[in-house]
Every structure is written in structure tokens, then in C-alpha cells.
Write a protein that binds this ligand. Structure first.
Ligand code: BG6
Length: 514
């Protein structure tokens, strides 16, 4: 279905750009969700699909098939899902919309490793689409990585990848555990699919404010000339969470913060800030530029890693006024675990634009506030004209706020009224919600729509995934095997271990106070 709405430009604006708000052309499709009864499916996928349907973006002809091991009928699956949709859609839930939407939902139970289940899947597809008719299929891998191999082999063996079926496959991170296993996983996928069919989801790329980084940088001429080592002193990227690991203890024990957040979300943010302008707004041109950034990140040896990166793990503490337990007391976590839940590090991008500009990254669970943002810290002016009254002028700073506040703010100094030469720092800001007076679409919505439309721009490409692993593999390896007593603990609800603070203050700089 095609949706057109015209953007109301602010009064007095010259209509420079095409003012069409959105245009989605989605062909009829069938989505098979492997692991249809799992957490991801019920918490994110089905509620998001419901929302897309409610917005009127779905084509008239689409089907969603949940495929999992629990025994259930179509009706049973629909009833079971309804509760989750009501819970996650909140006020958005409407009985009538749900009734219409649910007629598009089906269910197959079976062992995902067994060939016979795939024969039944084909029968079901024939039943829904009509035998012999071409079908556009989206396979969504909402399953643990250990099931990838049997599923992909079966899909391939049963002809569910190419030919009669025009197919795409969506895979969730983690894409492997390191570079070698990412290559192995990719080889497995490429044995059945072409690269153009593979959609690797990093939900950060679906966030409106993350996409906006490219627009902000390349649609405005005032910032780009300053966007380099000549004017920028350093960059800070923060992904701080107040939540702990919840019910994902066993999974997190295997992963840790570097694989969970740094290898993907944080390096993607870094690439969007550091990349060169692409030659066009095309999926591969953008991804080419990002890969160049990953490859330019200065390799780290063990000595550097131990001196310029910090890991930590949360202990018991207080978050938002509530007592919370430490990581080692969480369900599914070993009492002597050394899995890091905090990481901070100093990175360099060794290219012409960024030589010697530090990019400080910090991320952690159970920190003091939930904030994702990028702050660009500009250099001091070359001449201290006001030095008689100001030893230090607060440098200009541009903050790209991703969550919870979706905003961009610029900090600069002005003369304090009635003073002789006192500089006072002020902020000019733009806030998405205030300006557009509307909510922002959740990231999964945008990514699912893009996959339905066949647009890979916001999905990770294999060479990028491998290059990101090349950056973090040595860091993970250097910290692996750290003793329980050597791993810094930080009380939940703080900003991480003091070592992280020292990482930046030793350079004469400060973490941004959030
Ligand atoms: C996921 C991680 O990729 O991102 C989680 O696996 C993390 O551990 C989540 O909590 C953070 O996403 P967001 O959108 O809440 O910042």
C-alpha cells in the first residue's frame, strides 16, 4: 500500500525539498518467524507488525506464520498473542484492528531441526498463497544462534531460499562470537542465500535519531567544514543503561558488554559520526563509507588495551531509588562470574580527517541514568581574548541525543549581562517531540518496513560486521581470563568504576556529566 501525506513546512519556509512525508510500496509477502513463540517475537515483532498494520502500511495481502515447537493451533496462537499485543501496544490496542490483523496470522508447530517440519511449512505456504503461485517470503530468525545451521540447511534443502520463493532472511545480532565465527556463519548463510537477500538487524540503525546523524551532517553546510581534527578536540559516545541483565543471565554470561553493545551499536554510532560523505544515498555507498571507518580504527595491542580501556561489573546498589542486586546474584549468572557489564575505551580513527582525535566510548548496565548520546567537543578558541576574567572558556559542544531525549543541542558562550568580560555558557536546542509534536516510530518498525520494501541501507553488511569484530576481538581477548579480584566492581546506580574516570581525566578532559 502506498501512503502519501504532505509535510506542513513551518510558516515562511521556502519549499526547497520534496515535501512528501512517506511513501511505502510493500508487495504482498509471507513472513515466517522461526521461534514464533519466543521473547523477541511476542515482545517486539508481533506488536510491531500489528502497529504497521494499524498505520495502514501493510499490503492487503500478507501473512505471518509463527513456527516453533509448542503445540498450538492458529486460533490458539492468535489468542496467546493477543495478551502480548494488549500489553505492548498499550493505548494503541483496538479490538477491531486486532480482529482484522489476526486473520493474517498462522502457526505451525514442529521441530525446527527436522526436515518433516519444512514439508509441512511448504504445504501451509501453498494453502495460504495457492499451490504453485510465486510467494515473497521473509524468514525471520528469532531463534538462538545454535539453531541457525539446521534451519538454514533445511530451508536450502527444501528449496525455500530461491527459485519459486523470492526470499529474504532477517538475522539478529550477535552475528557470531568473533570474526572467525562471523565468517563461518556468513559462509553458512551464503551457501543458501545471496548477500542481497540477507538482512542483519542492528536495531540502533532503525532509531530515527541515529538515522538523523547522516542527515544532520550532510544536509547542513554549517557543521561539516568544522567536522574534523582541526576543530574537534574529541568525541564522547555514551550508551548507558539503568537496567540490569533481567532474565537474560545465561545468555549474557556468554556475551558480555563488548559483544552485546560495543561490537555493534557503539561502533555503528562511531562510524556515522566519523564517515566521509557517501557519493549517494544508496545502501552500498553508505555502507562502503562506514566500513572504511571500521578499517581505519587504530588496532590495539595488549599494552594499549590494558592502559586505555576499562571493564567493570555491577555490584549491588540503588537504581532510581530501588535496591538492586549485583550481577553475580542475578539468575543464571555464576557467583564467581568475570563477565564485564561495563566498558570504556579510547579509540582513534587513523585517517586524514580524524588523526589523533580521541573517541571515548563508555557503556554499561545498571548505571546512574539511561542515556544514549554522542557529544562532539570542539577545541578552545585560538586566542584567549577574555583571559583576564576567564582562565578557561567552556569549549563549544554539540550533543546528538538519541535517548531518552531525542534532541540536538549546541553549547556556546555568551557575554554575561552587565559583566565586563564574563563568558556564560548557554544551550540552543532542537527536540524532536517538541518540534514535530508526534512520537517517533520504534526502530523495529522502520527496519521491518525496509526489509519488506527490499531496502538494505539500515542493515549491517558482512564486510562491516567482520571489520567491527576485528576492532573488538583483541579487546575481548586481552580482558578474557581476568581474575575475580582484578575485575573492577561498581555499585549499581553509579557511573562505573573509577578507573573509567581516570581514563579521560588523565588526558586533561572530563566525561560529560549526564
Ligand atoms: C540490545 C542489547 O542489543 O540493546 C541489550 O542486547 C540492550 O542488552 C539493548 O539492553 C539496548 O537497546 P536500547 O534501544 O534500549 O538502547
Amino acid at each position: 500500500m502506498r501512503r502519501r501525506r504532505h509535510i506542513q513546512l513551518p510558516e515562511g519556509s521556502a519549499p526547497f525539498c520534496d515535501t512528501e512525508e512517506e511513501r511505502f510500496d510493500i508487495e504482498p509477502f509471507t513472513m515466517v518467524i522461526f521461534g514464533g513463540t519466543g521473547d523477541l517475537s511476542r515482545r517486539k515483532l508481533i506488536p510491531t507488525l500489528y502497529h504497521i498494520f494499524k498505520e495502514g502500511i501493510m499490503p492487503g495481502d500478507f501473512s505471518i506464520i509463527g513456527f516453533a515447537s509448542s503445540r498450538m493451533s492458529d486460533e490458539g496462537f492468535r489468542d496467546w498473542l493477543k495478551g502480548f499485543i494488549m500489553q505492548y501496544a498499550g493505548d494503541e490496542f483496538e479490538e477491531g484492528v486486532w480482529q482484522d490483523f489476526s486473520t493474517h496470522i498462522f502457526y505451525i508447530d514442529g521441530d525446527l531441526k527436522e526436515g518433516g517440519s519444512y514439508r509441512r511449512l511448504i504445504e501451509r505456504l501453498d494453502g495460504i498463497a495457492g499451490a504453485g503461485r510465486p510467494v515473497s517470503l521473509i524468514h525471520y530468525m528469532a531463534v538462538p544462534p545454535r539453531l541457525f545451521e539446521p534451519i538454514i540447511k533445511n530451508l536450502s534443502g527444501w528449496g525455500l531460499c530461491k527459485g519459486r520463493y523470492d526470499t529474504r532472511i532477517i538475522v539478529e545480532k550477535p552475528f557470531g562470537r568473533d570474526r572467525d565465527s562471523a565468517i563461518e556463519l556468513n559462509n553458512l548463510m551464503l551457501s543458501a542465500f545471496d548477500e542481497e537477500q540477507i538482512y542483519r538487524i542492528d536495531h540502533y540503525l532503525g532509531k530515527e535519531t541515529v538515522q538523523n546523524i547522516i542527515f544532520f551532517r550532510f544536509a547542513n553546510s554549517i557543521f561539516e567544514p568544522l567536522w574534523n581534527r582541526k576543530y574537534i578536540d574529541h568525541v564522547q559516545i555514551t550508551v548507558s543503561e539503568t537496567i540490569g541483565i533481567g532474565t537474560r543471565g545465561r545468555f549474557y554470561e556468554e556475551i558480555g558488554v563488548i559483544r552485546d553493545i560495543v561490537q555493534n551499536h557503539m561502533l555503528q554510532l562511531l562510524a556515522l559520526v566519523a564517515m566521509e560523505p557517501p557519493a549517494g544515498f544508496d545502501a552500498d555507498l553508505i555502507r562502503d563509507e562506514k566500513v572504511k571507518v571500521f578499517r581505519a580504527i587504530r588496532p590495539m595491542d595488549e599494552g594499549y588495551i590494558k592502559g586505555s580501556t576499562v571493564i567493570g561489573q555491577y555490584g549491588p546498589g540503588e537504581v532510581n531509588g530501588e535496591r538492586v542486586r549485583g550481577y553475580r546474584e542475578e539468575d543464571g549468572v555464576s557467583p564467581d562470574s568475570t563477565t564485564p557489564t561495563f566498558f570504556a575505551g579510547k579509540f582513534f580513527v587513523d585517517n586524514w580527517r580524524w588523526a589523533d582525535v580521541p573517541f571515548y566510548l563508555r557503556t554499561g548496565k545498571r548505571l546512574a541514568r539511561r542515556v544514549t548520546e554522542i557529544s562532539i567537543h570542539f577545541k578552545q578558541p585560538p586566542l584567549r581574548l577574555f583571559s583576564s576574567s576567564c582562565e578557561f572558556i567552556e569549549p563549544n559542544m554539540l550533543v546528538l541525543g538519541i535517548q531518552p531525549d531525542e534532541e540536538i543541542s549546541l553549547r556556546f558562550g555568551v557575554k554575561y549581562p552587565s559583566s565586563l568580560s564574563q563568558i556564560y555558557p548557554v544551550t540552543m536546542d532542537f527536540n524532536y517531540k517538541r518540534t514535530f509534536k508526534r512520537g517517533i516510530h520504534p526502530p523495529y518498525e522502520r527496519l521491518l518496513i525496509d526489509c519488506m520494501r527490499g531496502d538494505q541501507t539500515l542493515f549491517a553488511r558482512q564486510d562491516g560486521v567482520e571489520a567491527m569484530w576485528s576492532v573488538v576481538d583483541p579487546i575481548i581477548k586481552a580482558w578474557e581470563g581476568i581474575g575475580m579480584n582484578d575485575l573492577p566492581l561498581y555499585p549499581a546506580g553509579t557511573w562505573g568504576p573509577p578507573e573509567a574516570e581516570a581514563l579521560i581525566t588523565n588526558d586533561g578532559r572530563q566525561w560529560r556529566r549526564l
